[in-house]
Write a protein that binds this ligand. Structure first.
Ligand code: CO
Length: 134
């Protein structure tokens, strides 16, 4: 079902500092910080030859990653995103297999403007999974 790794998301309390380390210490190409108020995050995209890293900082009072930062004050890996061809078929197959789809199960528009769903970490080795219809 799953295809390419689309991105790995890393939450951080300071996306500017995190981006500087990726740029200066690791020599990666990084974007300018972009505020995504609808998603409650400020994001920096790190472009790698085979995938992307997204550095996320909470934005606003209801950020969906604030709780994660509260539990992990220095930041950490937040989720991995895999591409799928058909998000509805994938969701239905996962639900039938017993995996828990977060929220109401309906795809939402993700940070890239494409439909996404999230899968509960308990079913996948403790890792939050995002599926994006590529
Ligand atoms: Co993501």
């Amino acid at each position: 079902m799953i295809g390419k790794l689309n991105h790995v998301a890393i939450a951080t309390p300071d996306v500017t500092a995190a981006a500087a380390m990726y740029r200066d210490a690791l020599g990666a190409r990084v974007s300018e910080p972009q505020a995504l108020p609808d998603h409650g995050v400020t994001v920096v995209f790190v472009e790698l030859p085979n995938t992307k890293i997204e550095l996320l900082e909470p934005l606003g009072t209801n950020s969906p990653i604030q709780g994660f930062i509260d539990k992990n004050p220095t930041g950490g890996m937040h989720h991995v995103c895999y591409e799928v061809e058909d998000i509805i078929a994938s969701r239905d197959a996962l639900a039938a297999s017993g995996a828990k789809v977060l929220g109401d199960g309906e795809p939402r528009q993700g940070a890239h403007g494409k439909p996404v769903i999230f899968l509960h970490p308990k079913d996948f080795a403790g890792t939050l999974i995002e599926l994006e219809q590529a």
